[in-house]
Design a protein around this ligand. Structure first.
Ligand SMILES: C[S@@+](CC[C@H](N)C(=O)[O-])C[C@H]1O[C@@H](n2cnc3c(N)ncnc32)[C@H](O)[C@@H]1O
Length: 290
């Protein structure tokens, strides 16, 4: 039986919510109408049913309350992959693709790996939805990828994403390196790095604080990872870290202070310093190789 028409068109509904982000409204409509954005924009005069209008009203109430669209629809795209997300994980950001790009640049290429006959080992610390680990797994089947998180619900979601995408990753429930064995060729992390006093936190209230906030003006987890990483890296292994737009100099200093040679920083698409990295050097190797 046909659903009762509400008399409200797609275009009219869009104009009723000028305070909300337009793309969130369009994606809400696409989800409820089960259509593409191109189709939606070409059919602005389509009439919504009463049922569709009710669901849209529920979502706009939540958007007004600051719930991100990704939590409403339960998914987010990252590196071309569709990842399931829920309120236990940070919604993966486009800026974090800079970590993936830098990790790919640090890894030996496929012919070097084939010639060497040994799969490089990579660890993603604080994997959340699995975004970084899964993006790397889709690019490099010849790399053994491990990922950890301190949050059991995050880890369950990351595992589910790994299974749904059929991208194998070894998952570990671990407080940073505490339950991680063996050494790696590359360690990547997007740890919490927001200062508890940062006024931007208010806008992120729907996302888990364990994914966002770090003490010491946002540097506590970055410092801990920099201090411990060398013991878990092979000689000449890489540590690649995402950080806040104003933390580049501090993270380069942390890398240098912990024996990583020539720390460098890469900017994100917005032009902000976003990812810093360094290579475990020979000096550090004398200190940490047993
Ligand atoms: C900024 S989120 C990054 C999530 C994901 N890697 C991404 O880029 O979208 C930080 C992640 O670190 C995890 N985390 C926080 N403290 C941790 C700890 N002590 N040990 C392991 N993971 C931790 C959080 O649960 C969260 O998933």
């Amino acid at each position: 039986m046909a659903e009762t028409a509400s008399g409200i068109s797609v275009g009219h509904w869009l104009r009723q919510h000028p305070q909300l982000v337009r793309i969130d409204l369009e994606l809400s409509l696409c989800y409820v109408l089960d259509c593409s954005r191109a189709h939606l924009l070409g059919h602005a005069d389509s009439i919504l049913s009463i049922g569709q209008l009710k669901q849209l009203q529920d979502w706009t109430d939540q958007l007004h309350a600051g719930i991100p669209f990704a939590y409403l629809c339960g998914k987010q795209e990252f590196w071309g992959l569709e990842l399931a997300v829920d309120a236990s994980v940070l919604i993966p950001r486009p800026d974090t693709e800079t970590v993936v790009e830098q990790a790919l640049a640090c890894l030996p290429n496929q012919s070097q790996v084939a010639a060497n006959g040994v799969r490089p080992r990579l660890l993603d610390l604080g994997t959340g939805s699995g975004a970084i680990a899964l993006a790397l797994a889709t690019e490099r089947k010849d790399v053994e990828i491990h990922a950890c998180d301190i949050s059991a619900p995050s880890l369950a979601l990351a595992r589910a994403n790994s299974e749904a995408l059929q991208l194998p990753v070894h998952f570990h429930h671990s407080d940073w390196f505490d339950s991680i064995d063996g050494r790696f060729d590359i360690v990547v992390a997007n740890p919490p790095y927001i200062d508890p006093a940062d006024p931007h936190l208010a806008a992120l209230h729907a996302e888990p604080s364990h994914a966002l906030i770090a003490q010491e003006r946002g540097l506590a987890d970055l410092r801990k990872i920099c201090c411990d990483a060398a013991r878990h890296l092979h000689l000449h292994g890489w540590l690649v870290l995402e950080h806040g737009y104003d933390q580049g100099a501090a993270v380069r200093a942390l890398l240098a202070a912990n024996g990583f040679s020539a720390p460098q920083t890469r900017r994100d698409l917005g032009g902000n310093e976003r990812v810093s990295w360094g290579q475990k050097g020979a000096h550090d190797a004398q200190l940490t190789h047993g």
